[in-house]
Write a protein that binds this ligand. Structure first.
Ligand SMILES: [Zn+2]
Length: 187
């Protein structure tokens, strides 16, 4: 028995990657080793001291990548949203304040009108109804249940279209929701 040193100790970033499943699509290195509170916990050899360390997998990734410790008071934090990812390219090093600022910015991005527009367009693409269908549904005096049968969608989908919840139109300065009160009055 080789006492004091684990076999296959992690000494390089490549060794670390070897303990992960690499997702080709996202680039995540999904940690397959031990965990602590749902976070990757790695045993690795410090590049400077040569001593075995136990730390968060992300810290291991950054120290091994740099060949040196992180600056004092700085931490390795994930930037890709996958808690098990230890790809050093998906990990940033900074103070807790910088980490918080990063997460605030991410949250802001999620509420960003451009991103909302992209989601809306993508949802529209997934919809069974075309814009022509929507126009038809909106101008039709037929019952929602009949239209639902006609288009093979739920009555909720039809009423959402009618009240403008599902389909919006892009205006020069943001979005305007169809107002169907005119049609209702006309009918
Ligand atoms: Zn990742």
């Amino acid at each position: 028995m080789n006492k004091g040193k684990r076999l296959n100790s992690i000494k390089t970033v490549e060794d670390l990657m070897g303990r992960c499943v690499v997702d080709d699509l996202t680039g995540h290195w999904v940690w397959k080793g031990g965990q602590s509170q749902g976070q990757p916990r790695a045993y690795w050899i410090h590049p400077v001291t040569g001593l075995e360390q136990s730390s968060h997998g992300r810290r291991a990734a950054k120290v091994l990548e740099r060949g040196a410790d992180l600056p004092k008071g700085q931490r390795a934090y994930g930037t890709c949203g996958n808690p098990l990812c230890v790809n050093p390219e998906h990990v940033a090093v900074g103070t807790r304040k910088q980490e918080c600022a990063f997460h605030v910015k991410q949250g802001t991005l999620r509420n960003n009108p451009r991103r909302k527009a992209a989601t809306l367009i993508s949802n529209r693409a997934k919809s069974k109804l075309t814009m022509q269908d929507v126009e038809y549904i909106r101008s039709s005096p037929k019952l929602g249940t009949d239209l639902a049968k006609e288009f093979g969608v739920s009555t909720t989908a039809i009423s959402n279209v009618r009240i403008g919840r599902t389909f919006r139109t892009e205006a020069a300065n943001g979005f305007s929701v169809f107002n169907l009160s005119g049609w209702r009055n006309a009918a």
